[in-house]
Design a protein around this ligand. Structure first.
Ligand code: ATP
Length: 386
């Protein structure tokens, strides 16, 4: 198999920049996902890897080899598109065999044996003689995957392969694709605009925005430690607040040292607690040092008077009085219930906090629009953003 590098890749089309200085490393055997809103450059990245496009600047490398000038058919890359692109007049087996038009099957197998193996792999044994029209959308997409895998590619590229399927089928197929990829160990770059899908299937995720990389990390990293406001808002539900820093204190001296007018900066690794005022209410935020200092605002010096952006996930907000929680130390504010969405195993409650919308995720909620509620959250549940 192979690992893949994009080194400072810029791609310009007449009048527009699709990618700006994008650098990524996809590890050998990894399930790596590019996620981001429409137009952020996901498909362009995939086309550069496939060899359908060349970078305007920068390099694409497979292992140590610069692949500039290597045509798509010589890259050992399998590509699956959103719309399956199956030939309607060919049988399922012929469609899969089409994947072998440029190369012999790996391991000296006959073409027929290879096709039978692949149909078995994607759970379509016995369907080789059918025409694609006689298959469901999910089955058609599995044929397309089998065709892409036929020549034994070193790199598998999947461009929104589930987006034409209904929600239930999409969830089933993504589990199958993930299992297949992990059995084969083929390095995979997957493109989706669906952040939930990205979190569910990937070893690592790269979040793109306007042709630039916002963050790369494991699904847990990107969800729990968003590096930027864009990532915080794009990946999962989130509440992003902006406030003014009132105080920042160093905790590792044992005694909190408030900032003063003459000494307002706190060195990054020492910053432990920041007091911030939002909508006239003071909150204590934990500013843990980031693993990667460049990664987030946690590592930045924070001074009194700064504007600070932070987020709290809806599942980390609680409703109820401080007394009911038996804990007076939580941050809290008063808000009004605007609406509630019952989603089965959970309820999403929308609140109005003096004009600021706030979302809370609860297992159950019995309140009504117009109710006044106390919202609480722990200092540790917050994440400072750039
Ligand atoms: P989507 O999710 O909608 O498919 P995407 O993230 O895959 O979007 P790209 O298709 O990579 O985005 O496009 C990135 C930017 O480059 C867009 O602004 C798009 O309009 C532009 N672009 C893509 N292909 C071309 C082209 N052939 N000529 C001119 N501009 C292009």
């Amino acid at each position: 198999m192979t690992d893949v590098h994009l080194d400072g890749v810029t791609k310009e089309y007449a009048g527009s920049t699709a990618l700006s200085e994008l650098s990524l490393h996809v590890e050998d055997g990894e399930f790596f996902t590019l996620v981001g809103p429409s137009g952020c450059g996901k498909t362009t990245t995939l086309r550069l890897l496939a060899g359908f496009e060349s970078p305007t600047e920068g390099r694409v490398r497979f292992g140590d080899d610069d692949v500039a000038g290597v045509p798509p058919e010589d890259r050992r890359v399998g590509v699956v598109f959103q719309n399956y692109a199956l030939f309607p007049h060919m049988s399922v087996a012929e469609n899969v065999a089409y994947g072998l038009r440029f190369s012999e099957p790996p391991d000296g197998q006959s073409k027929a044996a290879r096709v039978a193996d692949l149909l078995d792999l994607v759970d379509l044994s016995g369907m080789g003689e059918r025409e694609p029209d006689a298959l469901s959308g999910g089955q058609q997409q599995r044929v397309a995957i089998a065709r892409a895998l036929a020549p034994g590619p070193h790199l598998l590229l999947l461009d929104e392969p589930m987006s034409a399927l209904d929600a239930r089928l999409r969830e089933r197929l993504r589990v199958q694709v993930k299992e297949l990829q992990s059995d084969l160990g083929v390095t995979t770059v997957y493109v989706t605009h669906d952040q939930e899908e990205a979190l569910a299937v990937s070893d690592r995720v790269a979040v793109l925005h306007d042709g630039r990389l916002e963050q790369v990390g494991t699904p847990r990293d990107v969800y729990r430690r968003p590096a930027t406001r864009f990532v915080a808002e794009f990946v999962g539900d989130n509440n992003v607040f902006e406030g003014e820093v009132v105080d920042s204190a160093v905790a590792d001296t044992g005694t909190a040292t408030p900032t003063t007018a003459h000494d307002t900066s706190v060195s990054p690794l020492e910053t432990k607690e920041v007091t911030v005022r939002v909508n006239g209410t003071r909150f204590a935020l934990a500013a843990e040092p980031a693993a990667d200092e460049a990664e987030s605002a946690d590592a930045r010096s924070v001074s009194a008077g700064d504007t600070l952006t932070f987020c709290v996930r809806p599942e980390h907000l609680r409703l109820g009085t401080a007394r009911e929680r038996g804990d007076d130390s939580w941050n809290r504010f008063e808000a009004t219930v605007a609406s509630a969405e019952f989603l089965g195993e959970r309820t999403r409650v929308h609140l109005d906090w003096d004009g600021t919308p706030v979302t809370v995720r609860l297992d159950a909620f019995e309140g009504e629009p117009g109710d006044r509620v106390t919202v609480g959250f722990d200092a540790d549940a917050t994440r400072l953003l750039d």
